[in-house]
Design a binder for this molecule. Sequence first.
Ligand code: NAP
Length: 376
Amino acid sequence: MTEVWILGGTGRSGRAIAAELLRRGIGPVLVGRDAGRLAEAAAGPRPAGAGAAGGLRTVVAGSVAETAEAIRRERPAVVVNTIGPFIETGAPLLEACRPSSHYLDLANDLAAVAATLGRSQAFTDAGRTAVTGAGFGVTATESVVVKLCEGRPAPRRVRVDMVPSLVVEAGAVGDALAGTIVEGLPGVAGGGRFQGRRYRGGRLAPARLGGDPIRLVLPDGSTVTTASMPLGELMAAQRASGAADVVAASSEAPSSPLVRAVLPAATALLAIGPVRAFARRRLAAVRFTARPKPREHSWGHAVVQWPDGSTREGWLRVGEAQAFTAAVPAEVVRRLLDGEGKPGAYTPAALFGPGLAESCGGEYRLEEPGLARRPH
Ligand SMILES: NC(=O)c1ccc[n+]([C@@H]2O[C@H](COP(=O)([O-])OP(=O)(O)OC[C@H]3O[C@@H](n4cnc5c(N)ncnc54)[C@H](OP(=O)(O)O)[C@@H]3O)[C@@H](O)[C@H]2O)c1
């Protein structure tokens, strides 16, 4: 089989990835649970010159378990999983893919990224590749770390910051995103389910949600506040650098002193199962109003410090974050189909290096070595 399946083919990410694949001459199969919505997505807009006039093939599967069955039966070459929360959908779909399909997902929550990377040996043994974190946050920040650390010994400290600029479409938050936010970090070492994380001494350790706030001056001169969040970026940056102390931060983290004061009580409430289920349902139903992107570019940023005190800082500039999140999976799929991958489980730049982000429109801005500043 040489097919590429997009699970969640009717969703925002699924449709955008399909368009990026078509732009690369790859006609994906859209997989979903509703035949009508799938048919609409399969007949959707095509980029100029992309062909596929007859629409895309679709596969109807009513649940994640049915999707896993279909993968086992039809053995597509690559499966792109856009069905969150990935901590819930990842395990059964990874198991279905392992014997005969490469797997890729958009996770950027620490629990799901850690769980997939933990399956590396099983994928190596099967001769298949699993790529997790193939979206803006993980790819943009880890790419800068890989670039800054190329050919150098392991640094002591790393801080990464992700600053997405997103066009928000009107619509409901949905269960996938609500689940990712509300379910916390089940099974992640180094602290409680509703605590933040950082690396200390090479190990995951508790950290304050929204801690370590800094005001960043972006290369375009504008400013933004970032604060720590226990995202997949954290693990990707640690693995890419080998640093003992790592902090991952986001401009989307709650950084105001008031919110940070209230967070511990709110997260303590989420530890109660029924409260969590209620919060998840209510959050899933909240509607986004459409808004344009807040700034021209999205940025990945890293500051790396070595034991001798030398420091390097770098940026990756990309366009709208969701567009980058569509381009990265499509480019990873193309490379996997061309046999450029290797067996095991990886984050995107760990597998394909810093050039992957450039193939997706990213541009690096690296500052001169020797800046006298502390990363965190
Ligand atoms: N890493 C990143 O940078 C990044 C960026 C964007 C999104 N994401 C993540 O990617 C995921 C998808 O985002 P999105 O914006 O594309 O969401 P979306 O528009 O709500 O699409 C979700 C898709 O998943 C399908 N789905 C949901 N639950 C399912 C289930 N139980 N069984 C089968 N199909 C199911 C939906 O199908 P129906 O049409 O049948 O409902 C829909 O096609 C989210 O978890 C989001 O957090 C990550």
